[in-house]
Design a protein. Structure first.
Length: 302
């Protein structure tokens, strides 16, 4: 495929939000091209939860089934490639890929997710998404009543502790250095039997990503089954910013209730726009984007 013209929509990103949008648009009889780089952020997560009918399935299993169902609609195509440039304006966008393909589309949806910036702590990356986790709604049930750590500081440590304590009372906060938790919050955590440990984290000891214990810089070890951590992130795809799409203070792409960005004709859905980081939320956002892209095309006479 050297050049494909007259696509109604190009979707950049072929995971859950992108596939859901592709299905909504395929069912709207729109010509759609999904460009998938094949690098989902949950690649090493063993199971996906809190998604009705798919609870406990693997992320890859859900995506595989999704691709099969989306490709049942004859106006939808998926290619394994990477979008490296998007230019133009509403109803006349031009997309270039790493493989040299040039594509023209009326609308572009970015379902490109985010890229976690993991700390340089031995063993942390190998456990990320398995036993070093970000969300109790996604993982908390599997680690209920288990010895658990929270790597956080300040007000976030307090708020997340109160949340995670719903799943386990065996909870310890690790501030990874000088604590910034207020005295009042520290007293409230103490009343909940949640200890605060301030020594920096040096190593996460694990077996195939499953946590055994952590080692602190002072030599102390803590046996843990799970460690919650909120890590910083960047947008996985730089093209949104290059196009002038506004970002929120949180780093997410600013969209309205229809998944429109601040640039006409450009939409975004999935982890790149929301703190609700789950397969179910991504599918919901993608479905919304697909429906309203179709609605906008109709209103524009297409």
């Amino acid at each position: 495929m050297q050049q494909q013209t007259n696509f109604d929509v190009v979707i950049v990103g072929g995971s859950y939000a992108g596939l859901a949008a592709g299905m909504a648009l395929g069912r709207s009889i729109r010509r759609v091209l999904i460009i998938d780089g094949g690098k989902p952020c949950n690649a090493q997560t063993p199971h996906s939860h809190n998604f009705l009918t798919q609870d406990g399935n693997t992320p890859a299993g859900i995506a595989t089934l999704g691709r099969e169902q989306v490709l049942a609609y004859p106006t939808v195509q998926i290619i394994q490639d990477e979008a490296i440039d998007v230019s133009g304006e509403n109803l006349d966008f031009r997309i270039e890929t790493a493989a040299g393909t040039r594509i023209i589309a009326k609308k572009v949806l970015f379902a490109t997710g985010i890229k976690d910036q993991l700390p340089a702590i031995d063993g942390f990356a190998a456990c990320w998404g398995i036993s070093v986790i970000h969300c109790p709604y996604c993982h908390g049930y599997e680690y209920r009543n288990e010895p658990t750590g929270l790597l956080a500081n300040g007000e976030m440590a307090f708020e997340k502790s109160r949340l995670i304590a719903n799943w386990t009372k065996q909870l310890t906060v690790f501030t990874n250095g000088e604590p910034t938790i207020s005295d009042d919050h520290a007293k409230q955590l103490a009343a909940m039997d949640i200890a605060i440990v301030t020594a920096p984290l040096q190593q996460v000891v694990h077996t195939a990503g499953h946590l055994n214990h952590i080692v602190l810089a002072d030599g102390n070890k803590f046996a843990l089954t799970a460690l919650y951590a909120a890590v910083p992130f960047v947008q996985h795809c730089p093209l949104l910013e290059q196009l002038g799409c506004e970002l929120l203070e949180s780093g997410h792409v600013k969209v309205d209730g229809f998944q429109k960005t601040t640039v006409p004709g450009i939409y975004a859905a999935g982890d790149n726009v929301t703190k609700m980081r789950s397969v179910a939320s991504a599918v919901a956002g993608g479905t919304t984007a697909g429906a309203f892209i179709n609605h906008e095309l109709i209103s524009e006479g297409y």
